[in-house]
Design a protein around this ligand. Structure first.
Ligand SMILES: [Zn+2]
Ligand SMILES: [Zn+2]
Length: 740
């Protein structure tokens, strides 16, 4: 017998090995094996088992097995195959993306001792006060509680519990502690939630489809604060009752501890969290527990879509428009939303894509009848929508004669009001650092990153300038211009640190906290800040897009957007959609309790349709405008796109290779067209020059994108057709989220 093995290398080739007698009958598809690959021993994954090999040369044997059983089941294997093919990635690399890298480690998590009353009548001597108190307490608990939580009854509860176990009054079990990222779990909510009619309809619709056991994609479009999490919980309950499992995807799990906490509160031990902060060995352990069926619900960021749940019944993609679902930095450049739909198809599962601001793609799929649509047009618990004010910053400075101030009078007034009333404020400013640019005032030269075609941002805290792409840092702030040697170098623009600075001057007695990538990194725990904010120990929470979504605090009655125009003029076809979603979502953080909320948007472009529609909370109006624009230009969702990026350290070589590639592409068939070749907007990143050719295929001619894929495959998989020099890299980006 022979086995075809794929290795995590950037070649599409698969290699044949002999299965030695000692392993006969033990090797299966989806198992990892060790074998000689060239001159070294390497780990690969078995993709096929066959009786005869067509390879005529010397065939080497498989040396050993890494796993004693497949680490994937056939459904997941099917998904990985699709992933490899759809995203032009060698199978070995696609498999490596899906699997945790260190599955064979013997990781044992710490355990927590849990106790519960046995229900036996207790007859304890009078002097055993601690024992009586603990038994009494446990008798009033529904389920196991941790021994550590009993320290109010005794200084050594473990000791007391041991005695109670001897008397058979309580029982004990060990519970493994999966490394939690938050410790922000909310207490179990036992009160009955009264759903709105819209929520009830949504739950019924999803449960009806769950009962049918067939692939059914939904777009759950619920305004901010409409109680989508409650709907997920009911849908999960229904799925578990059917003895099936669930994946919940969240864009950034550490920013949405409330949702994760709620699930853990309701479903307890059945829930596993899957996120990047888990150590490799912890991941391996969780993976194996999922394989063994311990966990029924997995909550996590994009890679959670590959977790090996069996009998998957439901996938929820929360905030489905988020670009963090796209793996952008390496192959396969997959989009977890699209992978969810494929996995749902394979498992005959229900897929719920949910958002207050759906991606234009999903919105269009609903219009075209491809997704079933559920609308939640009103807020939960009787909360009202906030009222929104647009502040024209040009008019403002003409009136006040104060130029370059970050805060308008109206915003300052409203913040002061909130502080007075002990209500809370969220301020959004989507740019970190102190000043995004260092500019020479004589010749206009901007201090650039040596590796990237990007300006270096000044960070006052820690005193350095940094590239926000490659993270290049310079501790020496230049005192004179490199071009004209002038000493007149000034900081231009404002980042969150500067906003914080001015805010502190304006409100010296207010508690202000900043959340952006810098504070998140420098050890200020995101969860701590959110907990403090939840406990109302912070008056003003300032941050980048990190704070725009998912946060649900009833006492926030004012959201201020310092500069609504940020990102509006980036030359990308999704720029407007992104800014709209950001403003709309941020506005949604205001007035979620019974106190009505307000939103202030500061802008230099009050007439811009993005700002206008976001301020009026007119989603449909803006999406219609946006769809018309995209239609006129044949951009997604009216076309399929594949972006070919050619990069390398030598600019001329990149240009030459791009020219060759363009020639190879030749004349495209009808309905397919090219953008470029051209240098990317970010021409140089990480010391590599970048050019791109974007291939577009009109959906009206190519409804499923097959034509486009056929066309590209002929070029990319045909080794002879495409011979690029070794110092040139080709990236194939299917359905790119941006063209920068
Ligand atoms: Zn200069
Ligand atoms: Zn850089």
């Amino acid at each position: 017998m022979f086995a075809d093995v794929s290795f995590p290398i950037s070649s599409y080739q698969i290699f044949s090995y002999k299965i030695p007698k000692s392993l006969s009958g033990k090797v299966a598809v989806g198992m990892r094996v060790k074998a000689m690959f060239g001159r070294r021993k390497a780990q690969g994954i078995v993709v096929k088992i066959k009786k005869i090999s067509e390879f005529k040369g010397h065939i080497r044997p498989i040396e050993s097995l890494v796993d004693d059983q497949p680490v994937l089941d056939p459904t997941l294997w099917k998904l990985i195959n699709w992933l490899a093919e759809y995203y032009y990635t060698p199978l070995g690399i696609a498999a490596k993306t899906a699997l945790p890298s260190n599955l064979s480690t013997r990781y044992k998590p710490k355990v927590q001792m849990m106790v519960k009353a046995t229900g036996r009548k207790s007859e304890l001597p009078k002097q055993a006060k601690a024992q009586s108190a603990i038994v009494h307490h446990l008798q009033n608990q529904e389920s196991f509680v941790s021994v550590n939580s009993l320290n109010e009854f005794s200084s050594n509860p473990a000791n007391v519990c041991r005695k109670l176990i001897e008397k058979n009054l309580i029982e004990m079990k060990e519970k493994p502690i999966i490394p939690d990222l938050t410790e922000f779990s909310f207490k179990p909510i036992h009160k009955k939630i009264r759903f709105t009619d819209f929520q009830n309809q949504a739950i019924n619709k999803i449960c009806e489809r769950l009962d049918k056991n067939q692939f059914n994609p939904f777009l759950l479009h619920g305004v901010t604060g409409s109680g989508k999490t409650e709907i997920y919980i009911e849908a999960v309950r229904h799925t578990l009752d059917q003895n099936k499992t669930v994946i919940i995807l969240l864009p950034e799990i550490s920013l949405t501890p409330q949702i994760a906490g709620r699930f853990q509160a309701v479903f307890g031990d059945a829930v596993a969290l899957w996120h990047s902060k888990l150590s490799q060995s912890a991941r391996a352990w969780v993976w194996k527990r999922i394989c063994a069926g311990y966990y029924k619900v997995v909550i996590g960021a994009r890679s959670a879509i590959f977790t090996p749940l069996k009998d998957l019944g439901l996938i929820v993609v929360d905030e489905e428009q988020e670009s963090s679902y796209k793996q952008d930095s390496r192959d396969p450049r997959y989009h977890a939303r699209d992978v969810s739909l494929m996995r749902g198809k394979i498992h005959n599962a229900v897929v719920v894509l949910a958002s207050a601001t759906p991606s234009l793609e999903s919105y269009y799929n609903h219009i075209k009848g491809k997704f079933e649509y559920i609308h939640l047009p009103e807020r939960f618990g009787g909360a009202k929508y906030p009222s929104v004010h647009i502040v024209d910053l040009i008019k403002e400075s003409e009136k006040t004669k104060i130029y370059g101030s970050l805060f308008s009078k109206i915003l300052l007034g409203k913040i002061a009001e909130r502080i007075e009333k002990k209500e809370q404020v969220i301020l959004l400013h989507n740019r970190r650092g102190f000043a995004p640019v260092l500019r020479c005032m004589d010749c206009g030269e901007v201090e650039m990153c040596p590796n990237c075609n990007v300006a270096l941002a000044y960070h006052r805290i820690g005193e350095y300038i940094q590239c926000h792409f490659c993270n290049h840092i310079e501790k020496q702030i230049p005192s004179k211009c490199k071009e004209c040697r002038s000493f007149d170098i000034q900081l231009a623009g404002a980042g969150t640190q500067k906003v914080e600075d001015q805010l502190t001057q304006q409100f010296p007695n207010a508690q202000i906290e900043r959340l952006d990538q810098d504070t998140a990194k420098s050890g200020v725990n995101i969860t701590n800040v959110l907990q403090k904010f939840s406990d109302r120990k912070i008056d003003i929470l300032l941050g980048t897009q990190m704070i725009a979504k998912g946060l649900d605090f009833a006492n926030v009655t004012l959201v201020g957007i310092i500069n609504g125009d940020t990102g509006l003029y980036i030359p990308d076809f999704r720029a407007g959609e992104r800014v709209f979603q950001l403003i709309y979502q941020s506005a949604g953080r205001s007035g979620r309790g019974h106190i009505p909320g307000e939103v202030v948007i500061q802008t230099y472009n009050p007439g811009n349709p993005v700002i206008q529609c976001a301020a009026q909370l007119e989603l449909k109006k803006y999406y219609d405008i946006c769809l018309n624009e995209r239609k006129a230009l044949d951009y997604p969702p009216f076309s399929w796109m594949i972006r070919l990026e050619i990069s390398g350290k030598n600019k001329n070589a990149v240009e030459r290779a791009t020219k060759i590639l363009r020639e190879k592409l030749g004349n495209p068939p009808k309905g397919i067209g090219f953008l470029g070749p051209a240098f990317c907007y970010r021409e140089k990143l990480y010391n590599h020059y970048r050019m791109q050719i974007v291939i577009k295929s009109q959906k009206k001619i190519d409804p499923n994108g097959y034509k486009l894929h056929q066309f590209c495959k002929n070029i990319i998989y045909n080794g002879d057709a495409l011979k690029l020099p070794g110092n040139i890299r080709l990236i194939v980006d299917v359905n790119p989220v941006s063209l920068l």
